[in-house]
Structures are given as C-alpha cells and as structure tokens.
Ligand binder design. Structure first.
Ligand code: CAA
Length: 446
C-alpha cells in the first residue's frame, strides 16, 4: 500500500502580537509568571484589520501551492476546518478557493469543497477525510488541501482571554508524502460534553477548569482505543508527541498522564520503583477515592523524576516552540505543534526519517483522536522551506489600548471601528468589505 499522509505544510500567523507577560498581565493586575510559567504563553497572535480566517487560510494555501508548483487542477478537494466561521451555509473553503482563483491560473471547478466542525479536532478530522478519500481511490491522482484556520477570541474579561490566538495552517494530503505518513490505526475518546461551545454566538461559553478535565479524560480514552488496534505503547516509541495545545500548561498535564500510562509495566516503572514506588493499581484500593488520592500522589512524584523530565524535554517541549508565541489556534493548534517539533529536529540536525510521532488531537464538546505518524525521508527539505520564525518576528507588537481596539474591530457586534491598519499588506489576500448579499469580499494585493 502506498503511504498516504502530509506532503507539505504552510503557516500564516495573524500579523499582530499581544505580549502576555509584559503588556496583558500588568493591566489585569496579574503576575507575569502566570503566563511565562503557569499557562506557558508569552504571546498571542491577532489578525490585522484586513485579515480574517479566509485571508489567513488563503495566504497559507497560496504559499503552499506556489512552493510546490501546484495549480488548481492538481487539487481534488478543499476542506476547511474552523470554529470561527461567519456563515451557516456557504463554507469558508469556497471563499478561499475564490481567493486562490484570483491568483492562480485555472479553477477549482471540479474539486469537492467543504467545512468541518468539531471544535479544535476538526483539522485532524479533515486530514482523515482526505486520507479516506485517497485510500478509497476516488482522488483521480489529485491531492487534498486541508486548511485549519481560526481567530480564537474570547469575550473581554473571560479567563480564556489569556489564551487567544489567530492563524492558519495549510496542509497538502497526498500519496507518497514528503513529510509524514499517517497510520491507518486511530483511537477515539468521544462524549457529549458541555465544556466549551458557541451556540450561534461569536465568543465561546467556557467552563475553563472543566474543559481541562474533559480534555484529559477524552485523551486517555483515545490512547486506550488506539492501543487496542495498534500496540501497547512505550514512551520511547516516539521522537515527539504533538498535542492539541490550547496553552502549553495544558500539554504539561496531558504529557504526564501519557507518560504514566505508557511506562506502566515497563522497565521505566521498575527503575523508578525505589524512588517513588510502583504505580497504584485500582484493585489494591478499598475505594475509588483512595485510589485517586494515590494516583495524584504518584503523579506529583513522577513529575519530579529525572527520567520523566528528560523525556518531557526531549519529546514534548520542542512541540511547544510556536504555540508559546502565538496562543491557541484552535483547529490549527496540534498542527503547529507537529511543525514546531520537526523544525526543532532540523535545527538539531537530527536524522528523523523513519521515526514516529504520536499525535494527540482534541476538540471540546468533546472528542480526542490519537494516531501515529512516520517521518518520511524528505521531511527536512520540506520543513526547511517554512518561514515561521520570520513571520513571528515581523508581527506588530500591540500596546494594551491598541489590543482593545483590535478586539473590538473583530467583534461582530461592535460594527466598524475607526482605526487604521497596523501593518502594510503585500503579495497577499486582504478583506475589502461586504457585498450586496452581505458576503465578505477579498482581493489580492501586490
Ligand atoms: N507563577 C507560576 N504559575 C502560576 C502563577 C504564577 N505567578 N499564577 C498562576 N499560575 C499557574 C496556576 O497554578 C495554573 O497552573 P496549574 O493548572 O498547573 O495549577 C496556571 O498558571 C493557570 O492559572 P489559573 O488556573 O489561575 O488561570 P485562570 O483561572 O485564569 O484560567 C484557564 C486558566 C481555565 C485555562 C483559562 O485560560 C481558560 O478558560 N481558557 C480557555 C479554555 C481552555 O483553553 N481550556 C483548555 C482545554 S479545552 C481545549 O483544549 C479546547 C480549546 O482549544 C479551547
């Protein structure tokens, strides 16, 4: 069977930045270390006034198609994953295709376009749809374009305001991919949950603390489900483990749980037994409560061990290098975690071909998905083409009052806000206003 997976990726960050420890925390009367150490974010990306989910997605896709020398005829499918859509009928992919058709010769007239919604897991679900379409032999030799694009804004004053972000990731899904092959095996943890939702409203209703519990529970179920069809995993099976990253502090919690699970009944548990004891087994406890207390104590100790910290620094920390600077990109978040890890490996000159990644995606509402990926021989040439660092460096650094204006300008209820763009667009798609049927309109500017 030909491998199917991610052939190429491109990233587009919102062009504005809010410095969380330096600019946001003092205004909130908070300790900057809550951001640097606790939440783990130093910056959030925001769209400039002429940017939105369409421009960010189209600009990422344009870079990808330009670089790979693709024309619309090469693409048989465009799926956009987003939880920031502005239309309940016309999918964002049609707007993005319309933008790309302004720039490339040809049309996506015979491509299947859609929009995927399941909070932040929809980007991974779209990859899945593309994978299945290719495996079913319905692609006629064409590739799929998957675009995860979001503007993650929370209401002013909501605790989630600390974890905002905006950006897009475009991914080309193809046979014989250059970057990673995707495993046929998958695991799911899925339940009807009311932790984070947007019932026809722009800003989310969030039960922050509960959302973190739900993330961990669904992720654990997905890991067990994956193991039931794949293999009993060991922490050293994977070069990196990119997780959905609403903020790095969340991944710290998920990684510890994952390590405990994967090291159970291995030589790691044996080696740690003298230092912190063996992992508690439920059968050894009189009540669930007593067992949970013992687990909590074991986890606190495990977190401090050299073995765990070395694994975390090697396998998890590099996945957070971009997220830390941009905040939550919702559907794109797990995909920038993968990119961050691969970029780090390239900088370290690590020979990664043939090594495995374990990818943990999550969407509120709630569903986690686990699959494995195998890094392909051309990964380094592909990842070297990205300019993520340059994009991050070029962002305009907002003052707090500018941030307030930007938030208002993207607030659908506030109407037009009388401020100028902060940056000058060039060689990119921009939002130009509304048409006669209230459709959004876009132009390519040189
Ligand atoms: N120094 C060091 N650490 C500090 C600190 C300081 N001065 N002050 C606080 N901290 C630590 C806290 O101890 C805490 O860490 P632990 O959880 O490990 O204890 C961390 O910083 C955050 O502090 P708080 O819990 O006090 O922060 P908060 O109450 O303001 O809210 C939040 C945090 C609940 C995550 C909030 O930002 C939120 O609601 N976010 C949106 C929801 C979300 O992202 N949920 C994640 C799971 S759901 C999901 O993944 C889907 C999605 O994308 C939304």
């Amino acid at each position: 069977m030909e491998p199917v997976g991610i052939d190429a990726v491109e990233v587009w960050t919102g062009k504005l930045k809010l410095d969380l420890p330096e600019t946001f925390a003092p205004q909130k009367g908070e300790d900057p270390d809550k951001y640097r150490k606790g939440i783990g974010l130093v910056g959030s990306s925001f769209p400039d006034l002429y940017e939105d989910i369409v421009t960010m997605g189209a600009n990422a896709a344009k870079r990808l198609m330009d670089r790979k020398g693709l024309t619309p005829d090469d693409i048989g499918r465009i799926d956009v994953a987003t939880e920031s859509a502005f239309d309940n009928s016309k999918p964002v992919s049609t707007y993005i295709a319309g933008c790309l058709e302004q720039y490339f010769d040809g049309e996506f007239r015979h491509a299947n376009k859609g929009e995927r919604k399941f909070a932040c897991v929809a980007g991974t679900q779209s990859i899945d749809d593309a994978y299945n379409w290719i495996r079913a032999g319905r692609n006629r030799g064409r590739a799929a374009l998957v675009i995860a694009t979001d503007t993650a804004l929370y209401a002013r004053g909501d605790p989630g305001e600390a974890t905002q972000g905006a950006g897009a990731v475009a991914m080309l899904i193809d046979e014989d991919p250059d970057l990673v092959e995707i495993s046929n095996e998958q695991g799911y943890g899925s339940m009807d949950e009311t932790d984070f939702l947007k019932p026809n409203q722009q800003f989310p209703s969030v039960d922050g603390k509960r959302s973190m519990q739900v993330y961990l529970s669904r992720m654990r179920e997905a890991v067990e489900d994956f193991e039931s069809v794949a293999w009993d995993m060991h922490p050293d099976d994977f070069a990196y483990v990119p997780f959905h990253t609403p903020f790095p502090g969340m991944v710290r919690k998920a990684a510890l749980l994952g390590y405990r699970h994967m090291s159970r009944d291995t030589e790691i548990e044996d080696a740690l037994a003298d230092e912190i004891g063996r992992q508690p087994r439920e059968d050894d406890y009189a009540s669930r409560e007593a067992y949970e207390d013992a687990i909590r104590e074991y986890m606190d100790d495990l977190k401090e061990t050299e073995q765990y910290q070395a694994w975390y620094d090697r396998t998890i920390e590099p996945t957070l290098n971009i997220s830390r600077q941009v905040g939550n990109w919702y559907t794109g978040s797990v995909h920038i975690a993968r990119i961050a890890a691969l970029q780090y490996a390239a900088e370290e000159d690590r020979d990664l071909a043939g090594e495995k990644l374990l990818v943990g995606s999550y969407g509120s509402g709630a569903q986690a998905e686990i699959h494995a990926e195998t890094v392909q021989p051309n990964w380094e040439q592909e990842i070297a083409q990205l300019n993520v660092d340059a994009q991050l460096q070029a962002r305009y650094d907002l003052s707090y009052s500018e941030y307030e204006h930007v938030h208002d300008s993207h607030n659908h209820e506030k109407g037009a806000v009388d401020i100028d763009d902060f940056t000058e667009p060039s060689d990119e798609f921009v939002f130009t206003g509304w048409g006669r049927m209230n459709e959004r309109q876009y132009e390519y500017v040189e």
